[in-house]
Design a protein around this ligand. Sequence first.
Ligand SMILES: [Mg+2]
Length: 261
Amino acid sequence: MTYRGVVLDVDGTVVRGDDPIPGAAEGVDRLAAAGLRRLFVSNNPTKRPRAYVSRLGDAGFDVTPDEVVTAGSVTTDFLADEHPDDSLYVIGAPSLVDQFEDAGLAVVEDAAAADVVVASIDHRFDYDVLCEALWALSDDDVRFVGTDPDMVIPAAERDVPGSGAVIHAVSGVAGRDPDRVLGKPSAETQRVVLDRLDVPPAECLVVGDRLDTDIALGERAGMTTVLVRTGVTDDRTLRESDVTPDYVLDSLGDVGRVLDD
Ligand SMILES: [Mg+2]
Protein backbone atom coordinates (compact mmCIF):
# COMPACT_ATOMS: atom_id res chain seq x y z
CA MET A 1 0.00 0.00 0.00
CA THR A 2 1.29 3.47 -0.88
CA TYR A 3 0.34 6.26 1.48
CA ARG A 4 0.34 9.94 0.57
CA GLY A 5 -0.73 11.60 3.83
CA VAL A 6 -0.33 11.14 7.58
CA VAL A 7 -2.11 12.55 10.61
CA LEU A 8 0.24 12.59 13.58
CA ASP A 9 -0.93 12.99 17.15
CA VAL A 10 1.42 15.10 19.26
CA ASP A 11 1.40 14.22 22.99
CA GLY A 12 2.30 10.61 23.67
CA THR A 13 3.19 10.07 20.00
CA VAL A 14 5.86 12.62 19.10
CA VAL A 15 6.61 14.33 22.43
CA ARG A 16 6.08 13.73 26.13
CA GLY A 17 6.03 17.07 27.92
CA ASP A 18 8.87 19.03 26.30
CA ASP A 19 10.93 16.01 25.29
CA PRO A 20 10.90 14.04 22.04
CA ILE A 21 9.72 10.45 22.45
CA PRO A 22 12.50 7.96 21.65
CA GLY A 23 12.16 6.88 18.02
CA ALA A 24 9.81 9.73 17.06
CA ALA A 25 12.47 11.72 15.18
CA GLU A 26 13.41 8.64 13.12
CA GLY A 27 9.73 7.99 12.41
CA VAL A 28 9.04 11.58 11.33
CA ASP A 29 12.11 11.44 9.05
CA ARG A 30 10.99 8.13 7.58
CA LEU A 31 7.54 9.57 6.76
CA ALA A 32 9.14 12.63 5.15
CA ALA A 33 11.50 10.45 3.11
CA ALA A 34 8.48 8.49 1.85
CA GLY A 35 7.00 11.82 0.65
CA LEU A 36 3.87 11.83 2.83
CA ARG A 37 2.05 15.11 3.41
CA ARG A 38 1.64 15.49 7.15
CA LEU A 39 -0.41 17.21 9.80
CA PHE A 40 0.18 17.35 13.54
CA VAL A 41 -3.26 17.19 15.15
CA SER A 42 -3.77 17.84 18.87
CA ASN A 43 -6.88 17.83 21.04
CA ASN A 44 -5.38 20.56 23.21
CA PRO A 45 -7.87 23.47 22.98
CA THR A 46 -5.71 26.02 24.78
CA LYS A 47 -2.63 26.22 22.56
CA ARG A 48 -2.65 27.81 19.12
CA PRO A 49 -1.00 26.10 16.15
CA ARG A 50 1.94 28.51 16.34
CA ALA A 51 2.53 27.52 20.00
CA TYR A 52 2.92 23.95 18.74
CA VAL A 53 5.42 25.09 16.13
CA SER A 54 7.71 26.42 18.87
CA ARG A 55 7.04 23.50 21.23
CA LEU A 56 7.76 20.92 18.53
CA GLY A 57 10.71 23.01 17.35
CA ASP A 58 12.21 22.96 20.86
CA ALA A 59 11.89 19.16 20.79
CA GLY A 60 13.78 19.04 17.48
CA PHE A 61 10.90 18.85 14.98
CA ASP A 62 10.85 21.46 12.24
CA VAL A 63 7.15 22.18 11.66
CA THR A 64 5.23 25.03 9.97
CA PRO A 65 1.97 26.55 11.34
CA ASP A 66 -0.07 25.14 8.44
CA GLU A 67 1.04 21.64 9.45
CA VAL A 68 -0.72 21.99 12.84
CA VAL A 69 -4.42 21.54 13.68
CA THR A 70 -5.69 21.84 17.28
CA ALA A 71 -9.06 21.42 18.97
CA GLY A 72 -8.87 25.18 19.56
CA SER A 73 -8.42 25.95 15.87
CA VAL A 74 -11.17 23.52 14.79
CA THR A 75 -13.58 24.95 17.40
CA THR A 76 -12.75 28.53 16.39
CA ASP A 77 -13.35 27.75 12.70
CA PHE A 78 -16.59 25.90 13.50
CA LEU A 79 -17.95 28.83 15.57
CA ALA A 80 -16.86 31.37 12.94
CA ASP A 81 -18.72 29.36 10.26
CA GLU A 82 -21.84 28.35 12.19
CA HIS A 83 -22.22 31.08 14.84
CA PRO A 84 -20.51 34.20 13.45
CA ASP A 85 -22.96 36.65 14.99
CA ASP A 86 -23.83 34.74 18.17
CA SER A 87 -22.77 35.58 21.72
CA LEU A 88 -20.59 32.94 23.34
CA TYR A 89 -20.44 32.13 27.06
CA VAL A 90 -17.10 30.35 27.37
CA ILE A 91 -16.10 27.97 30.15
CA GLY A 92 -12.48 27.67 29.10
CA ALA A 93 -8.95 28.92 29.39
CA PRO A 94 -8.16 32.61 28.71
CA SER A 95 -6.05 31.44 25.76
CA LEU A 96 -9.16 29.80 24.21
CA VAL A 97 -11.13 33.03 24.65
CA ASP A 98 -8.26 34.88 22.94
CA GLN A 99 -8.49 32.55 19.93
CA PHE A 100 -12.25 33.23 19.63
CA GLU A 101 -11.84 37.00 20.00
CA ASP A 102 -9.02 37.11 17.46
CA ALA A 103 -11.41 35.46 14.99
CA GLY A 104 -13.93 38.27 15.61
CA LEU A 105 -16.31 36.19 17.74
CA ALA A 106 -18.28 37.84 20.55
CA VAL A 107 -17.54 36.40 24.00
CA VAL A 108 -19.88 37.54 26.80
CA GLU A 109 -19.37 37.49 30.58
CA ASP A 110 -23.11 37.21 31.21
CA ALA A 111 -24.35 33.67 30.58
CA ALA A 112 -27.93 34.93 30.37
CA ALA A 113 -26.95 36.81 27.18
CA ALA A 114 -25.44 33.74 25.51
CA ASP A 115 -26.59 32.09 22.29
CA VAL A 116 -23.94 29.39 22.65
CA VAL A 117 -22.32 27.83 25.74
CA VAL A 118 -18.81 26.58 24.97
CA ALA A 119 -17.34 24.08 27.46
CA SER A 120 -13.64 23.24 27.67
CA ILE A 121 -10.83 22.63 30.15
CA ASP A 122 -10.82 25.49 32.65
CA HIS A 123 -8.78 25.56 35.84
CA ARG A 124 -11.20 28.12 37.33
CA PHE A 125 -14.30 25.94 36.75
CA ASP A 126 -16.43 25.96 39.90
CA TYR A 127 -19.96 25.72 41.34
CA ASP A 128 -20.93 29.26 40.29
CA VAL A 129 -19.90 28.60 36.69
CA LEU A 130 -21.89 25.36 36.73
CA CYS A 131 -24.95 27.33 37.90
CA GLU A 132 -24.51 29.85 35.06
CA ALA A 133 -24.24 27.06 32.50
CA LEU A 134 -27.29 25.26 33.91
CA TRP A 135 -29.41 28.39 33.70
CA ALA A 136 -28.19 29.32 30.20
CA LEU A 137 -28.84 25.81 28.85
CA SER A 138 -32.34 25.65 30.32
CA ASP A 139 -33.22 27.64 27.18
CA ASP A 140 -33.46 25.01 24.42
CA ASP A 141 -32.48 27.61 21.82
CA VAL A 142 -29.05 28.04 23.39
CA ARG A 143 -26.50 25.74 21.69
CA PHE A 144 -24.00 23.66 23.66
CA VAL A 145 -20.56 23.08 22.15
CA GLY A 146 -17.53 21.27 23.60
CA THR A 147 -13.97 21.78 22.34
CA ASP A 148 -12.77 18.16 22.67
CA PRO A 149 -13.82 14.96 24.43
CA ASP A 150 -10.62 14.22 26.42
CA MET A 151 -11.80 13.20 29.90
CA VAL A 152 -8.33 13.23 31.42
CA ILE A 153 -5.05 14.52 30.09
CA PRO A 154 -1.53 13.55 31.09
CA ALA A 155 0.31 16.13 33.19
CA ALA A 156 3.87 16.00 34.53
CA GLU A 157 3.06 13.99 37.66
CA ARG A 158 -0.23 12.25 36.89
CA ASP A 159 -3.45 12.59 34.85
CA VAL A 160 -5.67 15.63 35.42
CA PRO A 161 -9.29 16.33 34.30
CA GLY A 162 -9.61 17.61 30.72
CA SER A 163 -12.34 19.23 28.62
CA GLY A 164 -14.44 16.05 28.67
CA ALA A 165 -14.75 16.32 32.46
CA VAL A 166 -16.11 19.88 32.22
CA ILE A 167 -18.43 19.01 29.31
CA HIS A 168 -19.83 16.01 31.24
CA ALA A 169 -20.39 18.08 34.38
CA VAL A 170 -22.33 20.69 32.40
CA SER A 171 -24.16 18.02 30.37
CA GLY A 172 -25.15 16.15 33.53
CA VAL A 173 -26.53 19.14 35.35
CA ALA A 174 -28.27 20.58 32.27
CA GLY A 175 -29.80 17.22 31.36
CA ARG A 176 -28.79 17.49 27.72
CA ASP A 177 -25.99 16.27 25.49
CA PRO A 178 -23.69 18.73 23.76
CA ASP A 179 -24.81 19.65 20.23
CA ARG A 180 -21.21 19.23 19.07
CA VAL A 181 -17.94 18.11 20.59
CA LEU A 182 -15.08 19.15 18.31
CA GLY A 183 -11.46 17.98 18.26
CA LYS A 184 -10.66 14.34 17.46
CA PRO A 185 -12.59 12.19 16.46
CA SER A 186 -15.32 14.66 15.36
CA ALA A 187 -16.60 14.92 11.78
CA GLU A 188 -15.43 18.57 11.77
CA THR A 189 -11.85 17.58 12.55
CA GLN A 190 -11.96 14.78 9.97
CA ARG A 191 -13.07 17.33 7.38
CA VAL A 192 -10.40 19.90 8.30
CA VAL A 193 -7.68 17.26 8.21
CA LEU A 194 -8.71 15.78 4.86
CA ASP A 195 -9.16 19.22 3.28
CA ARG A 196 -5.75 20.34 4.50
CA LEU A 197 -3.94 17.16 3.44
CA ASP A 198 -5.85 17.04 0.16
CA VAL A 199 -5.37 13.27 0.02
CA PRO A 200 -8.16 10.63 -0.11
CA PRO A 201 -8.65 8.98 3.31
CA ALA A 202 -7.80 5.54 1.89
CA GLU A 203 -4.28 6.87 1.22
CA CYS A 204 -3.88 8.38 4.72
CA LEU A 205 -2.34 7.03 7.88
CA VAL A 206 -3.30 8.22 11.32
CA VAL A 207 -0.77 7.61 14.09
CA GLY A 208 -1.63 8.20 17.73
CA ASP A 209 -1.54 6.83 21.26
CA ARG A 210 -5.23 7.10 22.04
CA LEU A 211 -7.97 4.73 20.86
CA ASP A 212 -11.08 6.86 21.42
CA THR A 213 -9.68 9.96 19.69
CA ASP A 214 -6.77 9.24 17.29
CA ILE A 215 -7.68 5.72 16.19
CA ALA A 216 -11.43 6.47 16.24
CA LEU A 217 -10.87 9.47 13.95
CA GLY A 218 -8.97 7.36 11.44
CA GLU A 219 -11.47 4.52 11.63
CA ARG A 220 -14.44 6.84 11.02
CA ALA A 221 -12.69 8.68 8.18
CA GLY A 222 -11.56 5.48 6.44
CA MET A 223 -7.83 5.87 7.07
CA THR A 224 -5.29 3.21 8.02
CA THR A 225 -4.86 3.42 11.80
CA VAL A 226 -1.62 3.00 13.75
CA LEU A 227 -1.52 2.89 17.54
CA VAL A 228 1.80 3.64 19.23
CA ARG A 229 2.51 2.25 22.68
CA THR A 230 4.39 5.36 23.84
CA GLY A 231 1.37 7.10 25.37
CA VAL A 232 -1.81 6.42 27.31
CA THR A 233 -2.92 3.03 25.92
CA ASP A 234 -1.82 -0.07 27.81
CA ASP A 235 -2.42 -3.71 26.83
CA ARG A 236 -5.55 -4.03 28.91
CA THR A 237 -7.17 -0.89 27.42
CA LEU A 238 -6.34 -2.18 23.95
CA ARG A 239 -7.82 -5.64 24.70
CA GLU A 240 -11.04 -4.26 26.14
CA SER A 241 -11.69 -1.55 23.53
CA ASP A 242 -14.04 -2.01 20.59
CA VAL A 243 -11.78 0.37 18.61
CA THR A 244 -9.19 -1.81 16.84
CA PRO A 245 -6.14 -0.24 15.21
CA ASP A 246 -4.83 -1.72 11.95
CA TYR A 247 -1.28 -1.66 13.36
CA VAL A 248 0.19 -1.49 16.85
CA LEU A 249 3.79 -0.22 17.08
CA ASP A 250 6.13 0.11 20.04
CA SER A 251 6.87 3.65 18.86
CA LEU A 252 6.65 5.96 15.84
CA GLY A 253 10.21 4.86 15.11
CA ASP A 254 8.78 1.58 13.77
CA VAL A 255 6.50 3.29 11.20
CA GLY A 256 8.64 1.85 8.39
CA ARG A 257 6.91 -1.48 9.14
CA VAL A 258 3.62 0.06 8.02
CA LEU A 259 5.09 1.82 4.97
CA ASP A 260 6.83 -1.35 3.80
CA ASP A 261 3.84 -3.62 4.43
MG1 LIG B 1 -1.83 11.66 22.33
